[in-house]
Design a protein around this ligand. Structure first.
Ligand SMILES: *Cc1c(COP(=O)(O)O)cnc(C)c1O
Length: 390
């Protein structure tokens, strides 16, 4: 008999009752150190007092009113995102896939309104992940996500991630834009080189096409800058983000320049729930902390510490670990054993992490992580690797 909840996940047989900072507590009362953050979502850990207070206060006033009216919370959050990014305008939605749908629509509409409706194809990268809607599985191009869901949405041309020659060769009269993740997340924590990102900007300018970034996972401080493109010293034309933006509240956003967004006019796009007052209260409180003096430096420091720690672990366990990858607090250990085996061994010892593609185990702790948590995680990983090597 089918489970009451549609069985589309392979879930661990564990349920959590509450969270406290870096830890989750299961219904059986066991404490787990959380280096998964609900897949890079709980950017400030669990039950952060500032977020709880903001959400409680808003919950007593107004949850939802629709986008038929002005939503002051949207104006405030958008203004802060704009002040701290390349963007001139922001669209709010509820998830990463929805943000990327918005990005794809915006790219197409830009050229349509500019008198080039034939420019409607987007160059995407092999190994990408952009979400689970029909357009975003087509953009991601993974067979395991597409199988059985034909007809596949058209309009995506795929090239090798990081290969500039292949990308240039794929540009034609129908090309509207380029879409990549600055660090491929689900694909196995694969960072693009900063030179590649700079070259994408130059190529987009050369051909008059838009540079779109998927910062659903890399955004909102995950790599130690508010958005990962900052590391390359470039700006995109449009960017989709979500995961960490609401600190655990479902929220996505499309950030765009005025020029790139010029085709988006009243009626051209929308969302019933997107940017409702509750979501905006969560995002506002999250941004208070992400944008506080010294917080990104903290993320950078913890990222370096985690990197050095993983370096030692890779050296110490050559039978289990092959390599390390990542940026900031988005890091992965490429495994020689199945990553599912490492994941289970960590879980058994009270450490939560997340699998990724290419047999990589992903570590995305809340950005509030401290050295003691990294040391605790390292001990657990060390013990798990010893067991797996035996
Ligand atoms: C998670 C993710 C998405 C999809 O986000 P959802 O909120 O699950 O729809 C899209 N792109 C990237 C890079 C992601 O990591």
């Amino acid at each position: 008999m089918i489970s009451t909840v549609l069985p589309v996940y392979s879930r661990a047989d564990i349920a959590f009752e509450k969270g406290e900072g870096m830890y989750l507590v299961s219904t059986e009362g066991r404490r787990y150190l959380d280096f998964g953050s609900g897949v890079a979502v709980n950017s400030l850990g669990h039950a952060h007092p500032h977020l709880v207070a903001a959400l409680k206060a808003q919950a007593e006033k107004l949850w939802h009113c629709s986008n038929l009216y002005r939503v002051p919370g949207q104006e405030a959050v958008a203004a802060r995102l704009i002040a701290h990014s390349f963007a001139d305008t922001v669209f709010f939605c509820n998830s990463g896939a929805e943000a990327m749908e918005g990005v794809i629509k915006l790219v197409r509409k830009y050229h349509y309104e500019a008198g080039h409706p034939e420019r409607n194809r987007i160059i995407v990268a092999r190994g990408a992940f952009h979400g689970r809607t029909l357009a975003t599985i087509a953009a991601g191009g993974q067979e395991k996500h597409l199988k059985g869901f034909a007809p596949i949405v058209d309009g995506f041309d795929r090239v090798a991630y990081g290969n500039l020659n292949e990308l240039r060769a794929a540009i034609g009269p129908h090309t509207a834009g380029i879409l990549v993740e600055p660090v491929q997340g689900e694909g196995g924590i694969v960072p693009a080189s900063l030179d590649y990102l700079r070259a994408l900007r130059a190529v987009a300018d050369e051909f008059g096409i838009l540079l779109a970034l998927d910062e659903v996972q890399t955004g909102n401080g995950r790599t130690g800058k508010l958005y990962a493109y900052e590391w390359a010293g470039i700006t995109p034309d449009v960017l989709g983000t979500a995961k960490g933006l609401g600190g655990g509240f479902p929220l996505g956003a499309v950030l765009a320049t005025e020029k790139a967004a010029s085709g988006m006019t009243p009626g051209s796009h929308g969302s019933t729930f997107g940017g409702n007052p509750l979501a905006m209260a969560a995002a506002g409180a999250t941004l208070d902390i992400l944008l506080a003096d010294g917080f990104m430096e903290h993320v950078q420091k913890m990222g370096s510490l985690l990197w050095d720690t993983f370096g030692r672990l890779v050296k110490a366990h050559p039978k289990v670990l092959e390599d390390q990858r990542g940026a900031g607090l988005l890091q992965g250990l490429k495994c020689k054993v199945p990553n599912t085996a490492l994941n289970k061994a960590l879980l058994d010892r009270g450490l939560l992490a997340v699998g990724a593609g290419d047999n990589v185990e992903r570590f995305v702790p809340p950005l509030i992580v401290e050295p003691a948590h990294i040391a605790e995680a390292a001990e657990i990983i060390d013990a798990a690797c010893k067991e797996l090597a035996a």
